[in-house]
Each structure stands twice: as structure tokens, then as C-alpha cells.
Design a protein around this ligand. Structure first.
Ligand code: PEP
Ligand code: MN
Length: 339
């Protein structure tokens, strides 16, 4: 539901209605335009009668929102959201490339890759410490030791770190040490984890589930946001289709669809979407041309020896070449700023 307020409504008229709503467990979002003021309502509104709402003098009319996502939806926030991480901005015109290995393997590896990707213009460092592997016998990540190595790489380069949380066990450590909490594709519908991550109030990179629709992705974002977090980045990382030539199928149309339905930034992961390093550059450029707000790319200094996802990792040299091309495409599609 959205309450449309009468023109020239004063703040002291808005406060009582917002207090009434929050005391009934409703999450309230102010939607203030140049000459309009609306109040978005998220949560269980079944117990709140329209009569009661219309009794507040400042309420002109009530509009029902059909979409099941509210806080994540454009109707609740018409302007693009920006997620700010240590001076970097993703969304609302801000564009960043997140780069690094699939998994943190040792200090030399993560620090050397971090330095290389930074030199080529990456704004954030990725690296898995806790890895969701299909086989229980495959490398599971270095765990807390991996997190400590990421911190060393951050100290040495200044790059904020993006890493995946797998369970609630280390929630306090992630809250303290990690700049962007990644929720992986396999946990996109782990609703307990989504709620807890939302309560951390830190930037979250939320990956689309392997077989999830875009509405399901937006509902997962709604879980995170209903916990209080406003800094959510949506990530398309390829979905399961009948095609076997690639690891997954990159759904490029997710970019314009998500951006029309949601104000949240959209980042593309061409590495997991394709599974092959040869496809990472073309799909990155296509995603930039389609208007994404950033990319997350796997880079490894020795892909042939990588403990995880070597086949889809590009080298620092290839990353540097790709960054030059990304800048050129961005120059074409970047919204022009009028002076
Ligand atoms: C990853 O980014 O390391 C990862 C495991 O990705 P996804 O959850 O998209 O498979
Ligand atoms: Mn990977």
C-alpha cells in the first residue's frame, strides 16, 4: 500500500501516521518527490483498515501495490539506489568492477592478484574463504584463515573485500571484517540467513539462485531489506537452462528487467554465468552495454593451478585488457550529465 498525502502536508502531520503504522509492525518508507509526498507501507497490512488511514487528515488516497516486493521495488523508491562502500559507489550512475580469485588460496596468491587488479582499475577485491562446493571432497576454502588473508590484501591495497557468508556461524566476524557480504546463489532462498544478513546493515551482494526467477530474486532482496538493510546489490550470475555449451546461461535481459522493477543496482558475474574464461570478456562487454552497474569477475594469476574455477578465471593481463574495453563501452552508455 502507498498513502498519497495531500499537497503541502507538514512534517508534524506525517509523524503521527508513521508512529501509528510502526506501532502496528509496518515498515514505513517516505517517498518524497519535488511536489509530492507519499508513504510506502511494507509488512502485514491486513489488520489496518483503510478507514483508519483515511481518518488522518493529510491522507488524500490509498494506492495498492500489486507486486509482492515493496522495499526493493521502484514504486516505493522511484530513484536509483546507490550502494556506497569505502568511497566506491555502485548504482545511481556509479560503476565498479569487483575482481579476484574464486577462492583465497594463500597470502602470495591473494595479495599479488589484489595488486594486479587494483592497478587495472578494479574497485573491490573478491575471494571466497568459505566455499559452497558441489562435492564434499572438493577444496572447501580456507575459512577464517582465508578471511585473515583477505584482510591482509585489503591492508596492502586499500581494496574493500567482498566474500561469501555460508551460514550464521560467523555472522559477527563478517559484520566486523567484511566490507560487502556476498550471499551466494545456493543460499538465495535461505530465508533465515537472509534475515540475519539484513540485520547486519552492511552492503550485501545478493546472487540470483541457479533456478530462480527475477521475482524470487527480488523477494530475497525484500527479506534482506525487511531486516533493515538498504544497501543491496542484485547479481545475475547465470541460470540453469537446457544449454550445455556453457556452465549456465547468462540472462542479460535481467539487467533492464530488474532495473525497471527495482531501484537496486545490478551487477553481472560473467565468470559463473559462462564457466569459460574465453567468454568472460565478450559477456562483460555485453553486460556493460546493457546498462549494468558493475561486474564481478574471477581473476587468477595461475588459472591452470587454481583450486577452484580455474577454467573460468582470466589472468591479470587479460583483465587489464578487458578493463580498457569496459571503459570504452562505459563512455558510450554512461548517462550524460547535463550542466
Ligand atoms: C562465487 O562467487 O564464488 C560463487 C560461488 O558464486 P555463485 O554463488 O554465483 O555460484
Ligand atoms: Mn567461483
Amino acid at each position: 500500500m502507498i498513502l498519497i498525502l495531500k499537497p503541502n502536508t507538514q512534517p508534524d502531520e506525517v509523524a503521527p501516521i508513521e508512529a501509528f503504522l510502526t506501532s502496528n509492525g509496518i515498515i514505513v518508507q517516505d517517498i518524497v518527490g519535488e511536489s509530492t509526498h507519499m508513504i510506502g507501507m511494507a509488512g502485514d497490512t491486513t489488520g489496518i483498515s483503510e478507514d483508519k488511514l483515511l481518518r488522518f487528515n493529510c491522507v488524500e488516497r490509498i494506492v495498492h501495490v500489486q507486486e509482492p516486493y515493496k522495499l526493493a521495488g521502484r514504486k516505493f523508491r522511484p530513484a536509483d539506489s546507490a550502494v556506497n562502500i569505502a568511497g566506491r559507489t555502485i548504482g545511481a550512475g556509479g560503476f565498479e568492477v569487483i575482481a579476484g580469485p574464486c577462492s583465497v588460496e594463500n597470502q602470495e596468491q591473494i595479495v599479488s592478484i589484489a595488486k594486479d587488479v587494483k592497478a587495472s582499475g578494479a574497485g573491490l577485491l573478491r575471494g571466497g574463504a568459505f566455499k559452497p562446493r558441489t562435492s564434499p571432497y572438493a577444496f572447501q576454502g580456507l575459512g577464517l584463515d582465508g578471511l585473515n588473508l583477505l584482510k591482509i590484501a585489503r591492508e596492502q591495497t586499500g581494496l574493500p573485500i567482498v566474500t561469501e557468508i555460508m551460514s550464521q556461524e560467523y555472522i559477527d566476524v563478517f559484520a566486523r571484517d567484511v566490507d560487502v557480504i556476498q550471499v551466494g546463489a545456493r543460499n538465495m532462498q535461505n530465508f533465515t540467513l537472509l534475515r540475519l544478513v539484513g540485520e547486519m546493515r552492511k552492503p550485501v551482494l545478493l546472487k540470483r539462485g541457479l533456478s530462480s526467477t527475477l521475482v524470487e530474486l527480488l523477494m530475497a532482496a525484500e527479506y534482506v531489506m525487511s531486516g533493515g538493510c538498504t544497501q543491496v546489490i542484485l547479481c545475475e550470475r547465470g541460470i540453469r537452462t537446457f544449454e550445455t555449451a556453457t556452465r549456465n546461461t547468462l540472462d542479460l535481459s535481467a539487467i533492464p528487467v530488474l532495473k525497471s522493477r527495482s531501484h537496486l543496482p545490478v551487477v553481472i558475474d560473467p565468470s559463473h554465468a559462462t564457466g569459460y574464461w574465453q567468454l568472460v570478456a565478450p559477456m562483460s562487454l555485453a553486460a556493460v552495454a546493457a546498462g549494468c552497474d558493475g561486474l564481478i569477475i574471477e581473476v587468477h594469476n595461475h588459472p591452470e593451478k587454481a583450486l577452484c574455477d580455474g577454467a573460468q578465471s582470466i589472468t591479470p593481463g587479460q583483465f587489464s585488457e578487458l578493463m580498457d574495453k569496459i571503459k570504452r563501452i562505459r563512455d558510450i552508455v554512461r548517462p550524460t550529465v547535463s550542466t
